[in-house]
Each structure stands twice: as C-alpha cells, then as structure tokens.
Design a protein around this ligand. Structure first.
Ligand SMILES: Nc1ncnc2c1ncn2[C@@H]1O[C@H](COP(=O)(O)OP(=O)(O)OP(=O)(O)O)[C@@H](O)[C@H]1O
Length: 273
C-alpha cells in the first residue's frame, strides 16, 4: 500500500465570496521532493497554510503522515517543519536565543538544543555576529534563520514557502544540499518556488495550481509527456519544438501561460522607453 506523507481531499478556502483554493486533491508519497507551482495569487501560500494548520480550510480533509490534521493538530505539528510566507520571527531575540526557544518548544533537551543551534548557525553562516538581534537581520538572513528553526527538531515532513527567495547563491547551494540530504534520509519535502530551474533540479514530483485549481500533477516526465502530446495534437505553440526536451519553464508556461503570450506583451506599455 502506498504511504502518503501528505494527503488533502477536496480542500477549499474561501475569503468572503472569493474562492482562493477550490476543492483540490493532493497526494504526496513519503520520500518525495514535491514542487508546488503556480502564478502569483494562484493559491500556493493559502494551501501551504492549510496543510500546516496555520489556516483553517473552509472545507475538505488533510492527513499528514496518516494523521488527521484537524483532530490531531499538536501531534501533526510536532512531526512537521514549516517556513511559511512572512516567516514570523521574534525580532528582539538573537538567532541563538530564538533557536534555543524553538528547540525547547519542540521538546528537545537543553544539550541537544544547544548542539543543534550551534550546528545550524554554523551551517547557515549565521554564527559570526552572535549578538545581532533578528530585527536587524537582512531578509535573506531571516530566511536562513527561519529554515534553521524549521528543521531543528528533525521533522519528517518539511513545508517551505519560497525558501530560495532573497537567499544568496552560496546559501542556496548549501540549502539545496541540506534538503537533498533530508530526502536521502527519508524525509518528505513540499515546497513552492518561482525559481523553476531549482525546482527542476530538486523536485521529483510537481503540481501546478492556477486560480485555485490543480491544472497539472505528476512527475516531471509525466508533465513533459502531457505537454508534448498536447503541442503535437494542437500544434498551438510555434515557439516550442515538441520533439525537444522541454524545460520546466516551458512546461509551466505552456500550462498556465497560454492566455497571454510574450508577443502580446510586446505591444503593451509602448510608452515606456
Ligand atoms: N487573508 C486573505 N484575505 C483575502 N484574500 C486573500 C487572503 N489571503 C490570500 N488571499 C487571496 O487568495 C489568492 C491566493 O493567494 P496566495 O497567497 O495563496 O497566492 P500564491 O499562489 O501564494 O501567490 P504568490 O506566488 O504571489 O505568493 C489571492 O487572490 C489572494 O489575494
């Protein structure tokens, strides 16, 4: 039997009359590196917030590692790590104080917390200014700290909303190897990112959400085959050679970017010099 680390059924979220996420189904197998993509405003952050218990769904069900999130929120939250949109760090603490606080909150003993805090600060290159308050951190430094806090308890499932946004190339490389190491040791990772080259390199499975609906779901090869078949049958996009190996960017644009192609944009804002 397939074991799912993340399972959502008919998941919806409305904000007043607006439906941000519309009855989506997701099934992420244990050990998968799952990329959740979509245009701005498609519903990615709303979905991640629901999957991690930060936002109540309007309807639908969520199971994480086989446990119902709504009825077992504490147990589920113990087994997952999250870097949500906006991060929510405590500005008046130093990074070390913050990681100690988070580690203890997850129930780690003092010694383990201290050891992991030191290792994580070193790993994220945040150890050289120990007295600096988080409020004075740059955006990228805050992101790295949020990631360190999300993994200090060794979560089995990690949810990351735009983990590479604002992170420098050196840190991105470090972060990629950390995530790949977690996958090699059996964790499951669910991430959103607009950096499609990174998603293409890291993720084994991908879902694309557009205006609250899942419009593609599968392995990269399955998505590629689907787009290629459609392009062959419709011969709709002359800019893509259907026999070529499609990049994730081409797949993404073919699925969600077909309504307004780049040539249409060329005619617009003509007053800009
Ligand atoms: N609290 C809220 N109240 C009203 N509308 C909201 C709220 N949160 C999100 N939305 C709307 O829901 C839709 C989906 O937003 P969401 O943040 O999930 O998009 P996203 O895919 O993460 O976008 P991006 O890539 O730009 O971060 C958007 O239209 C957004 O304006």
């Amino acid at each position: 039997m397939t074991s799912f680390a993340i399972e959502a059924k008919s998941l919806s979220r409305r904000f007043n009359a607006f439906t941000a996420v519309d009855s989506i189904d997701l099934a992420v197998e244990t050990g998968q590196f799952f990329g959740f993509l979509g245009p701005n405003g498609a519903g990615k952050s709303t979905t991640i917030k629901m999957l991690t218990g930060l936002l109540a769904p309007t309807s639908g069900s969520i199971r994480i590692l086989g446990q119902d999130l709504i009825s077992n929120p504490v147990e589920v939250k113990r087994s997952i790590g999250v870097v949500p949109e906006g991060m929510a760090l405590f500005g008046k603490l130093t990074a070390s104080e913050y990681l100690h606080f988070v580690g203890r909150m997850y129930g780690l003993d003092k010694r383990t917390t201290a050891q992991r805090t030191e290792e994580l600060l070193e790993f994220m290159s945040l150890a050289d200014q120990p007295k600096k308050l988080i409020a004075d951190y740059s955006h990228g430094m805050g992101k790295k700290l949020a990631l360190a806090a999300a993994v200090i308890h060794g979560p089995k499932v990690l949810f990351l909303d735009e983990p590479f946004e604002g992170v420098d190339a050196i840190a991105a490389g470090t972060l990629k190897s950390m995530l790949q190491g977690m996958i090699a040791r059996g964790a499951t990772i669910f991430l959103t990112s607009h950096v499609l080259e990174i998603v293409e390199r890291l993720c084994t499975h991908i879902a694309i959400i557009d205006r609250g609906h899942i419009v593609a779901n599968g392995s990269l090869d399955e998505l590629r085959a689907g787009v290629r078949t459609r392009l062959r049958s419709e011969a709709e996009d002359q800019t893509i050679d259907p026999s070529a190996r499609l990049t994730l960017e081409e797949i993404f644009l073919s699925i969600v970017g077909t309504e307004r192609g780049p040539t249409e944009h060329e005619q617009e804002l003509a007053w800009l010099s």
